[in-house]
Write a protein that binds this ligand. Structure first.
Ligand SMILES: C[S@@+](CC[C@H](N)C(=O)[O-])C[C@H]1O[C@@H](n2cnc3c(N)ncnc32)[C@H](O)[C@@H]1O
Ligand SMILES: Nc1nc2[nH]cc(C(=O)O)c2c(=O)[nH]1
Ligand code: SF4
Ligand SMILES: [Mg+2]
Length: 216
């Protein structure tokens, strides 16, 4: 991406002044969805008000509980490793303006992927891949529909299949469709997801493979 002199100056200012609450940042293997199996640097931002009762990172919800880091520090952290895929997650990362972070990561050579529930005022950031994972507990902003590269719906009970289908008419035709069992409900829901995907082959199964691998 080529930037004008003015954009470059603004970007340098932003990188040193803007800070985001970071719960953790770690280099691992993307465990879920379309990019499963790829080495990636995860940045988990603090703050979420969606309130999924089965959320596997409730510690992320309170943004104030997590120290702020500058964009510079975040990019520096990511550059320590050979992989050039960054995944921004949370918490709900779109609670924050992610323009400066994603532009800085892209300038440093990273592809920028996001995991989001789509609950946000505006979809900020420059994204190479958007994984949209809507929740029944808070309505997404429809602005995310045409931007989503991947829909990943968590199956906790039978009604979640219809919830998943309800988004499809609004998405781009090339949006990939994934069903992922809620981790604690896998014994009951995985066999149903297998049957569903066999009957509705436009969908694919996403497993939280990092949990099977015992990695972050
Ligand atoms: C922790 S969330 C953070 C990003 C964003 N708040 C979201 O929900 O998409 C990351 C991914 O983990 C999924 N997830 C969270 N808790 C889960 C659980 N108990 N079982 C399966 N997937 C879960 C979410 O649906 C989302 O796709
Ligand atoms: N390995 C690994 N893959 C992931 N894919 C999405 C995750 C997330 O929590 O957003 C996640 C995570 O926490 N770890
Ligand atoms: S939206 Fe994401 S981070 Fe927020 S509670 Fe739900 S799963 Fe957890
Ligand atoms: Mg996770």
């Amino acid at each position: 991406m080529l930037l004008t002199q003015e954009q470059q100056t603004k970007q340098t200012d932003n990188q040193s002044t803007i800070a985001l609450p970071v719960m953790e940042a770690f280099y691992t293997i993307q465990g879920e969805g379309a990019h499963t199996g790829r080495a990636a640097y995860f940045i988990r931002l603090g703050g979420c008000d969606v309130g999924c009762h089965w959320c596997d990172v409730k510690e992320s919800w309170d943004a104030d509980a997590h120290p702020k880091q500058s964009i510079d520090a975040l990019v520096k952290g990511a550059l320590q490793y050979p992989g050039r895929l960054a995944v921004i997650t949370g918490g709900e990362p779109l609670m924050h303006d992610l323009t400066a972070l994603t532009e800085a990561l892209q300038v440093a050579g990273f592809k920028t992927n996001i995991e989001t529930s789509g609950v946000c005022q505006t979809v900020t950031g420059s994204w190479d891949w958007i994984c949209f994972s809507p929740k029944k507990f808070k309505k997404p902003n429809p602005a995310i529909y045409e931007k989503a590269d991947e829909l990943k719906v968590i199956i906790y009970n039978q009604s979640d299949f219809a919830f998943a289908e309800s988004f499809v008419p609004y998405l781009r035709p090339d949006c990939k469709l994934f069903l992922q069992s809620e981790w604690g409900r896998s014994n009951e829901m995985l066999p149903r997801i297998v049957d569903y995907v066999k009957d509705h082959p436009q969908w694919q199964i996403s497993l939280q493979t990092h949990k099977f691998l015992n990695i972050p």
